[in-house]
Design a protein around this ligand. Structure first.
Ligand SMILES: Cc1cc2nc3c(=O)[nH]c(=O)nc-3n(C[C@H](O)[C@H](O)[C@H](O)COP(=O)(O)OP(=O)(O)OC[C@H]3O[C@@H](n4cnc5c(N)ncnc54)[C@H](O)[C@@H]3O)c2cc1C
Length: 383
């Protein structure tokens, strides 16, 4: 327990941990090899109420709050970071759909999302760059009751496995920057869409790839938010996913630490357990302290969200600190396992898996700029 988690949330986490340990953890390495997300598991997660439980009951969710989503997310990530993308993408896209979509369009999709029957991608990054996210070029043009979409999105998680995507494109002039961007819900089976898959270092079961749009006709009713306001309105959802990503990678770091503490307490060198040497135990104690603190920061960001309080700076702190820390922790844990840590196995897979989040959803530099803008004021921290 801690100040952010009451008994109900602790019990929910325990339930998710049992499910993840029994059903998800056993296939962790196999999914890394096959690079296929298990749709059966996704559906089972939905049936358990583990996907986007924070969505309002009116949308088919459980109305449980962001912290509930956070504790479940941690437990799924602990077993397989790729599988926990199901939670991340459902929470991020579910919030966008429920807040900015037309009910008659988004409701059927939300039901599938929550039930684990649909996977959504979020498509912002383009080949010319991701950090300067508002400077995007994918073209969205109005044609009667439809929009016509042309262009390319790249480095999109689940690109080739997603059933639909929230896609950001330009309806205004390039000079309009963030104020000329519109978001659309685009089913991935529409004519004119092609996709590919990259050969990723980690997170291989979820994967990344490009989406190509060639004269794709999308009903105007699929617009999310107002025309030209997609970036300003819809980007608010990223504060949520940044805190969730923090918990996601820290859960992976935590399980690595637990295994490593057990290993160094058991393995002997020079007639003593490895943990008797301060050169072994102190670095682990140091990192364990930081994981505990970073987790509390992530929970605090979600608590602030649940209380309707500003949390953009805190979410950006979670997003830059936790992925770097998780990588450093797992790196150290791998070294503490000696030659065995270097073999193909869960530890090296965890290291590959968490690294992606030092880039995906915005790099540390961009997160620090967001924090600086909140502290010093936007005018004092120009792009
Ligand atoms: C695992 C993974 C998953 C991803 N999933 C998605 C997804 O689902 N959807 C999606 O839209 N995108 C996704 N991305 C793309 C990701 O959001 C972008 O890669 C990221 O925003 C950085 O953009 P870029 O790669 O074009 O790097 P660039 O923008 O070219 O930046 C390159 C380097 O320059 C630095 N830099 C850039 N501008 C500045 C500045 N002003 N000050 C200081 N440093 C700066 C960056 O920090 C970075 O280190 C994913 C990426 C990864 C690796």
């Amino acid at each position: 327990m801690n100040p952010y988690l009451n008994e109900d949330l602790v019990a929910l986490a325990a339930q998710a941990r049992r499910f993840a340990a029994d059903r998800i953890a056993p296939g962790y390495q196999e999914r890394d090899r096959t690079r296929v997300l298990d749709r059966g598991l996704m559906k089972a997660m939905g049936e358990m109420g583990f996907i986007a439980p924070e969505l309002p009951e009116a949308c088919g969710g459980l109305g449980m709050g962001s912290l509930a989503a956070g504790v479940i997310h941690e437990e799924i990530a602990r077993a397989d970071l790729s599988m926990s993308y199901v939670n991340l993408l459902a929470s991020l896209n579910g919030q966008i759909l429920s807040q900015h979509g037309r009910p008659e369009i988004v409701q059927p999709w939300l039901a599938k999302l929550i039930g684990g029957e649909a996977l959504f991608a979020i498509a912002l990054t383009e080949p010319r760059g991701g950090s300067d996210a508002a400077n995007l070029r994918l073209r969205i043009e109005r044609d009667g009751d439809d929009y016509i979409v042309n262009g390319e999105k790249t480095s999109i998680s689940a690109a080739d496995q997603a059933d639909a995507a929230v896609v950001f494109g330009r309806t205004g002039s390039i000079d309009a920057g963030a104020h000329g961007v519109t978001a659309l819900l685009i089913p991935m089976d529409l004519p004119g869409i092609t996709r590919n898959r990259f050969d990723c270092h980690g997170q291989r079961a979820i994967g990344r790839g490009s989406l190509f749009f060639e004269n794709v006709r999308v009903p105007a009713a699929h617009r999310l938010g107002d025309e030209n306001k997609g970036f300003v309105q819809v980007m608010q959802g990223f504060d949520f996913s940044r805190a969730l990503i923090g918990l996601q990678v820290l859960a992976v770091a935590r399980v690595a630490l637990e295994e490593t503490w057990a290993h160094v307490a058991e393995r002997q060198a020079f007639g003593k357990p490895l943990s008797a040497f301060q050169g072994v135990s102190h670095p682990l104690a140091d990192l364990d302290t930081q994981v505990e603190a970073a987790r509390l920061l992530c929970l605090q960001a979600l608590w602030l969200k649940d209380h309707g309080a500003p949390h953009s700076a805190e979410a950006a702190m979670c997003k830059w600190w936790a992925p770097k820390l998780a990588y450093d922790v797992i790196h150290q844990c791998l070294l503490m396992h000696g030659h065995g840590g270097y073999d193909r196995g869960p530890m090296e897979q965890r290291l590959r898996d968490v690294l992606g989040f030092q880039i995906g959803d915005g790099t540390a530099q961009i997160m620090k700029t967001i924090i600086a803008r909140h502290r010093a004021g936007r005018a004092a921290v120009p792009a």
